[in-house]
Design a protein around this ligand. Structure first.
Ligand SMILES: [Zn+2]
Ligand SMILES: [Zn+2]
Length: 241
């Protein structure tokens, strides 16, 4: 595999169920040779996560640490089939990077069509950069419609390493992520691998995804983790902090 330079989706102690500090995460990312690290704490609907004022106060954090670009963001919860988010624009405007995803504990689903409609609204929301773990099986979704919408909106659908951990018991994750990869390859849509690290040792760990990438013969050119310049341009994120 080519050298991974970006891990956009990680959590620190501020998320309540993760175990490393911001500085420990940044240091570990620098040690692994990354150029960009996203710190994306859970949005307010996840029990035990940081209070809203955390997101307001992020201006105090240096956006360069140990020689790498730090993106301070949030993993926002998608709450329902209307695409309602648990963080409003006042907060979204302050984020360097905005990831949105479905989490069982705060999700009111509907039919596959309804779920997809809400998801596509989020994909088209210009403030959202990445959809976290769409393949984890939390909601039935039409992946083809999502991939096409993502291509048009320049939103990345994440392929999440953490969903494939056996302990997480997400039986659909493998088949779903394979399908997402096949569709991204077919329609030439870039994707991003997400470690979803909840401790510094998991940063840029994509080991569970390697067999899926091999099975689909997935092109390196479509994996944004390898291409920081393209990542910033495609998502409209500033290179400098
Ligand atoms: Zn978490
Ligand atoms: Zn998540």
């Amino acid at each position: 595999m080519r050298k991974v330079l970006i891990d956009a989706h990680t959590h620190t102690v501020a998320s309540g169920h993760a175990y490393s500090s911001l500085q420990e995460m940044a240091q570990a990312a620098a040690d692994k040779g990354l150029q960009v690290l996203g710190i994306t704490e859970h949005g307010p609907s996840i029990q035990g996560t940081c209070p809203l004022v955390y997101f307001k106060n992020m201006h105090v954090v240096p956006r360069q640490m140990y020689g790498i670009r730090i993106l301070m963001g949030c993993e926002i919860n998608i709450l329902d089939t209307k695409g309602t988010l648990d963080l409003n624009d006042e907060y979204l405007n302050r984020l360097d990077i905005a990831i949105a995803g479905i989490h069982d504990v705060c999700w009111q689903g509907g039919t596959k069509e309804e779920n997809t409609e809400g998801m596509i609204k989020v994909i088209r929301n210009p403030k959202i950069h990445i959809i976290s773990h769409p393949g984890d099986g939390s909601a039935e979704l039409d992946f083809e419609a999502m991939v096409l919408a993502a291509k048009e909106a320049h939103t990345l659908l994440e392929i999440n390493n953490h969903s494939l951990a056996p302990l997480r018991d997400k039986p659909m994750a493998k088949a779903n992520n394979l399908e997402l990869l096949k569709l991204c390859k077919k329609y030439e849509v870039p994707t991003i691998l997400g470690s979803d690290a909840h401790v510094s040792f998991q940063i840029a760990d994509y080991d569970r995804l390697l067999p899926l990438l091999a099975e689909t013969d997935f092109p390196d050119e479509l994996i944004m983790n390898f291409w920081p310049d393209r990542f910033f341009d495609y998502l409209g994120i500033r290179r400098e902090g």
